[in-house]
Design a protein around this ligand. Sequence first.
Ligand code: ADE
Length: 928
Amino acid sequence: MDEHNRPIHTFQVCNVMEPNQNNWLRSNWISRQAAQKIYVELRFTLRDCNSIPWVSGTCKETFNLFYHETDEAHSVKFKPQQYTKIDTIAADESFTQMDLGDRILKLNTEVREVGPMTRKGFYLAFQDIGACIALVSVRIYYKKCPFTLRNLASFPDTVPRVDSSSLVEVRGACIDHAEERDTPKLFCGADGDWLVPLGRCVCSIAYEEIDGSCTACHPGFYKAYAGNIRCSKCPPHSFSYGEGAAICHCETGFFRAESDPPTMACTRPPSPPRNLMFNLNDTCLMLEWSHPSDTGGRRDLTYNVQCKRCGPEPDQCQFCEEELRFLPRPLGLTDATVTIMDFSAHANYTFEIESLNGVSDISSFPRQVAIITVSTDQGGPSLVGSLKKDWASPNSIALSWQQPEQTTMLILDYEIKYYEKQLSYSSTRTKAPSVIISGLKPATWYVFCVRTRSPAGYSSYTPKYEYKTTGDCKYLRPSTALVTGLGYISSDQGQVLVIVTAAVGGFTLLVLLIVPSSLVKILKTHSQCLCFFPSVPTGPFPGIKTYVDPDTYEDPTQAIHEFTKEIDPSRIRIERVIGAGEFGEVCSGRLRTPGKKEIAVAIKTLKGGYVERQRRDFLREASIMGQFDHPNIIRLEGVVTKSKPVMIVVEYVENGSLDSFLRQHDGHFTVIQLVGMLRGIASGMKYLSDMGYVHRDLAARNILVNSNLVCKVSDFGLSRVLEDDPEAAYTTTGGKIPIRWTAPEAISYRKFSSASDAWSYGIVMWEVMSYGERPYWEMSNQDVILSIEEGYRLPAPMGCPVALHQLMLHCWQKERSHRPKFTDVVTFLDKLIRNPSSLLCSPGSPGEEMDYPMFISIGDWLDSIKMTQYKSNFMAAGYNTLDSVARMNIEDVRRIGVELIGHQRRITSSVQTLRLQLLHEQEKGFHV
Ligand code: ADE
C-alpha cells in the first residue's frame, strides 16, 4: 500500500539474515528509439539494517543497477557477466520497524544517466546483495527538443547530443507562403531546450504575417515584395479586387512604366507644354516654353520637337529634323528650351513640341502638342572671297574683299571682326565690300576677318588676315553691332489659331500658336507684345551690342575663340590661393602683357580629372564675361585653354566679395559711400540688361569690391551659376533658385528677366544698407515665399534713408512691369548723390508712397517680425504702445533682455520702420 493506502505492485527482496546474496531482477528488452542517452528514474524503499536485530554481518543497504545493450529484441538467456554496471544505488532515507508501524512510506527517488547508447535496445538489471528493498517504479526516458515554430519557420523534434556541452544545430523550414531571408536556425540543448534562434523566414509577396502565419492581403491591398512588412493600400490610381494581390492594377487612363516600382502611383502622360515663347536672331530660332500644367504625376518629363517642312500644298510636308540643327537636340530635351539653326530659304517649318514622360509610349491617347510655324523668305548666307589691305595709316586700315559669287541672294551687309593681336575683338559693319577701320593703334598688328549677313543669317568668317598700322596716333576702340529679337506669347491646349508676323533682318517669322479662345481677346489687344524689344543703342556705332548665348554655338570652343583671348601661361604668375570655386581653386597672381604694365589678376583654375562637359561649363563663364566691357562688370583678361591647367584670368578685385567685405566693416561707411556702391552695381546691371543678359543670381556675394569701393558684378554662367551657389535651393518645379534674392515669378514659373534682376537688386540694396545682414534673417525659404506672397517686404535696415527703402520696395513690386528699369535706378541714385539732404532719415522722399501694413498691437508687430518670444520682455519693461516702442533705440532693446545680436538688429530695424510709419500716418492725419 502506498501512503494513500492504495495497493501498489513492487518487486521486493529481504534476505537480510543469509549471507552471500546475489539476486537479480532483469527488465524486458527496451527499444532505444531515438535516444542517445537514457535516463533511469528509480523509486524504491530500503530497510535500515540497524533497525533489524541480528543481521549486522549480512544486511546491506545498497543494490546495483546494470544494463546490457543489444540489437535483438527477443529475450535471450540472462548472463550477468554481459551486463555493465551503471551505479551502486543507496537510499537517501531508509525505514525502520517504527515507520512500518506508523505506516510511513520512506520512498527514495534516484536518477541515473546512461549513454551514449548505440544499439537498437537494451536490458536493465538490478542486483541485490542482501538488502531489504522494494522497487516501486522504474521510469526510463530520453530528452528531446520538441517540434516548434519560430520566426515563421518550423523546427522538428530533435534529440540532443550525449555530450552535454555541445548543441545540435537545426535548420528550420519556412512555413507556407513564407520564404527564407537568413537561414532560420535553432540549437537544441542537452536538456531539450531550444536555444539561440538565428535567421528568419518572411512572408512571400501577397502575404503578410498575422499571429505567426502568413495570410493573403485583403482586396484593395497589395504586397509587392517578400518581407517583414504588412500589405499596403493600393497606390493612387490603382486597385486590387481579389485576395492576395502582389501588385495593384492601374485604373483606366493611368499606367505604370516598365521601370516603375509597384509601390509607385499609376501615372499618365503629361499635358502639352504651355506658354510657348520664341526668341529670334538672324540665324537661329530659340523656342522656350513652360512646363505642362499636368506632369501626369511623374518627374521624368522630357520634350520632343518634331519638325515638318511643308511645300505650298498642305499635304507636301516632310520631316525635317535631319536638315536643321537643334541645340542641344530635337528629342529627349530635359530643359524647356531648344535652339534651331540652318533654316533653308523659301520654306515653311512647323515645330510641334510635345511633352513626354515615362508612360507616354504606353498610352494610346492622342498626343497633345504646342505648335509654332516659321517661314523663311530668303536664301542662305554666302561666303566672302579673299580679303586684302588697300592702305594703312597710323590709326586706320582700309580693306576690301571679293563679293560672294552667289549673286541671287540679297546681301544685307558685311560684318568685319578685328582685334589687336592678344586683345579682345571689336566688329563693325559695312554694306560695301570694303571698309576703312579707324581708331586703331599706330604700328600695331591687327587681325581681320569678314562675314556676310544675308536675310537667312550669317556666313562663316573668312580666314584671319593680319595687317599692321603705320606711324603713331591716339587709340580708340570701336564696338560691335548685332541684332536679336525676342517675342513671347502664352499658349495652352486650346483650339484657336493666332497669326503674327515679325521680321528682323529680312528673316520672316510667321508664328502660329494654338491658344485657348479666352486668350484671343487679350492677344488681339496686346499684339504689340509680340514685337521685338526696342533697341537701345550703346557705344559709338549705331545698333545694339547684344549678348550672345555661348550655348547657341554648336561647338563651344568657337564661342571661346570668338569672345576670349588665349593667354600664354608663361605670362601668368600664380601667387596664392584666395578661394575655392566649383571647378577648382581661385588664385591671385600677376599677368604680364608685352608693352604694358604688369597687372594683378584673379585666376580661376579647372582642376585635373575633369570631363569635357565640365571644361565646357567652366569656360562658358569666360565666353559670357568676354562679351562685356564695363567698369562695373568684372573684366576678363583671357583664358588658358591650350595647356593645362585650364584657366580663366580676370582682373583682381582687392576687397573680395561685397557681402563679407561689408560684414567685416560693419558701420564703417557713410550713406553716400554705400549709395555710391549701389550706383555702381546698378550701372553694371543697366549695361547687362541693355545687352539682353539676365544675370539670375544677383546677390552681394556675387559682387566684388575693389580698393576704391568700386563694385563689379561677377559670377556669370547663365542658369548654371545657380548650380554652384550655396544659396540656391531646389523649388517644387525642380529648378535651383536662391529664393531670398529671387522675384516671385522666377521662383514660381522661372520667368527670369531684367525685371527679376531688378527684384534681386532691391535685395542687394538691403544687404548693402544692413552691412551684409542675411535677407529675411533665419526665416525658412518656405516662410520667405509665403510672406512675400502675403505682401510682406523687408523693413528698412537700421539707419537706412527712407528714399532708399522706397526704392527697394519699388524693386519688390509683385507686378514685374511696375519695377524700375536699371536706367531709372541709376538716374535716381545719381540724384540722391547730388542731393545728399535727400538721404537724411526723414520720410517723404521722392518715389511711390509706402504701403506698410499697420500693426495694432505690440504682439502683432512682434509676430510679424517673428520675435514673439520677447512679448513679455516688452510688457514687463512698460513698452505697451507702439508709440513707446517707436522711441526705442538699440540700447533700450538690449536693456529689456534681447541678448542675441541678430534679434537686437531685427527689432531695431523694424522699430525704425515703425517710427517712419507712425510719422507718416500722423502726417496723413491718422492717430495710432
Ligand atoms: N575672388 C573671386 N574672384 C576674385 C577677383 N576677381 N578678385 C579678388 N577676389 C576674387
